[in-house]
Write a protein that binds this ligand. Structure first.
Ligand SMILES: [Zn+2]
Length: 130
């Protein structure tokens, strides 16, 4: 642990695991501090300082440069097949869950709630059929 330095931290496991997988794919050696402790008891996220990504000090500068290049858009996923909002052109439409199905699932003991067929724009709130 003495040669490891923190390069990123957050309170959501999804972000920590995505960042770890991304850096690992580029050959970095990443450790998430308290990873298993937080998996067993997620209520301690804040108390334990969240998900801290640790990396060997010798790799830290290069890894931080790589993460910065993602944040400024030098590296991005191909979003050509992403649905686009017809109202405002925003890319990032989401499918939401149906509250009616939530009630049905709750009453019948079904362990999941299906998504609606409509896509909702995260920016303007417009809906459209998938
Ligand atoms: Zn929109």
């Amino acid at each position: 642990m003495a040669n490891l330095v923190e390069i990123s931290h957050g309170y959501e496991p999804e972000g920590a695991y995505c960042t770890k997988a991304f850096l690992t794919a580029y050959g970095f050696h990443v450790v998430i501090q308290n990873e298993h402790h937080l998996a067993v008891n997620p209520a301690l996220r804040v108390a334990l300082g969240g998900y801290r990504l640790l990396i060997p000090k010798s790799e830290a500068e290069e890894a931080q440069d790589l993460l910065r290049s993602v944040n400024v858009g030098e590296i991005s996923a191909d979003d050509s097949d992403q649905p686009v909002c017809l109202e405002c052109g925003y890319i990032g439409l989401q499918r939401k869950r149906s509250w009616i199905w939530f009630l049905i699932a709750l009453a019948q003991g079904i362990p999941f709630v299906p998504y609606r067929n409509k896509l909702t724009c995260s920016d303007c709130g417009a809906t459209q059929q998938r």
